[in-house]
Ligand binder design. Structure first.
Ligand code: ADP
Ligand code: NA
Length: 323
């Protein structure tokens, strides 16, 4: 079976962009791939975190992995910091990565722009991400569009290591959806939906209650026309809502356009809210039924399984590098 690895940061609230762009693919892959899904808490430390909140958010995200339908009998779910090999391999990879390469990462440029104090961790973050992936000899990495550049860097680092030290790493491939890999903000559809956006109305979180979901959708920015059609250049807001409707119902976009032909934005928004509320209700019910002790036990077992694989890779890497 081919290996799959992906991670999500336990920062802020997990939103439907994370779900549609990445996490929903995890569930689809679990039956015919050997999967490792990680709560990447070390990545979260690249910007300041409240320690208590970080700990809670880590458990919450692990519970959400289970609530969306990941089965711990089929996949390995674990916390990054529980497996020390991630940080250790990250250091080794930093030593074969060039300053210029990391300087070109657009996410770093965006996240550091205008900030007075930027951590070195934010700069070297792509090496930690490369370590996460390469430790598991990963073939496929299901992620959203924003991670494409980091994946390209991971591939370059893996190839460079293999060239210098002999065949070691599998060179991973990104798995990025053709449709839905970049869910846009509800309040500014020229930006991606993001946890770190200050405006909470920009996103719908997986644990938002029905009335809040409806409010957020009704407030979503559209345009001054009235036609419901997919046109990312002229109608980004409506296109984003159509995309959400299509992804949540698994109807294709033309079908959705036809369904709403001649109707107003109000109708589209009302029906979209209904669909999202219905889909998230299932996840929210599953989430409510999970006990903290159960989630912790899944993470404990996951760390053991992950560590066995990761330590094996790390040992080989260290030997090849002369350590
Ligand atoms: P965020 O970018 O919201 O802070 P993460 O960096 O933890 O979240 O990303 C977790 C996963 O969700 C990644 O695979 C990322 O590419 C994906 N993702 C994040 N935002 C979006 C979005 N707006 N649309 C689609 N996928 C997204
Ligand atoms: Na991201």
């Amino acid at each position: 079976m081919k290996r799959v690895f992906s991670g999500v940061q336990p920062t802020g609230d997990i939103h439907i962009g994370n779900y549609l762009g990445a996490m929903r693919q995890f569930v689809k892959l679990q039956d015919d791939h050997e999967c490792f899904f990680c709560v990447v808490d070390l990545h979260a430390l690249t910007v300041p975190q409240d320690p208590k909140v970080l700990k809670e958010k880590t458990i919450e995200l692990a519970a959400l992995y289970l609530a969306i339908g990941l089965d711990p009998k089929k996949v390995t779910i674990f916390v990054q910091s529980h497996v020390p090999a991630h940080a250790e391999l990250a250091w080794l990879l930093q030593c074969i990565t060039y300053f210029g390469e990391l300087s070109r990462m657009t996410q770093f440029k965006e996240k550091s722009k205008g900030k007075e104090s930027v951590s070195v961790g934010l700069f070297t973050y792509p090496d930690l991400m490369a370590a996460d992936i390469l430790l598991y000899n990963t073939h496929y990495v299901p992620v959203g569009e924003d991670q494409k550049q980091h994946l390209e860097l991971t591939r370059n680092i893996a190839q460079r290591f293999n060239n210098r030290f002999g065949e070691t790493f599998v060179v991973p491939e990104p798995m990025i959806l053709k449709f839905g890999a970049r869910i846009m903000s509800l309040t500014d559809p020229t930006k991606k939906m993001s946890k770190s956006d200050e405006d909470p109305y920009n996103r719908i979180n997986l644990l938002d209650d029905p009335s809040l979901i409806r409010k957020k959708i009704m407030k979503a920015v559209t345009d001054s026309e009235s036609e419901i059609r997919l046109d990312w250049d002229k109608k980004p807001g409506v296109s984003n809502l159509l995309t959400l409707y299509s992804l949540f119902t698994e109807m294709n976009v033309e079908e959705v356009e036809n369904k709403f032909k001649g109707q107003g934005y109000g109708t589209l928004k009302k029906e979209l809210a209904d669909v999202i509320i219905e889909k998230l209700a299932v996840i929210q019910q599953n989430y409510k039924e999970l006990s903290r002790d159960y989630v912790l036990s899944v993470l404990k077992e996951g760390a053991q399984k992950a560590e066995a694989v990761a330590e094996n890779t790390l040992k080989e890497v260290k030997e090849k590098m002369g350590l």
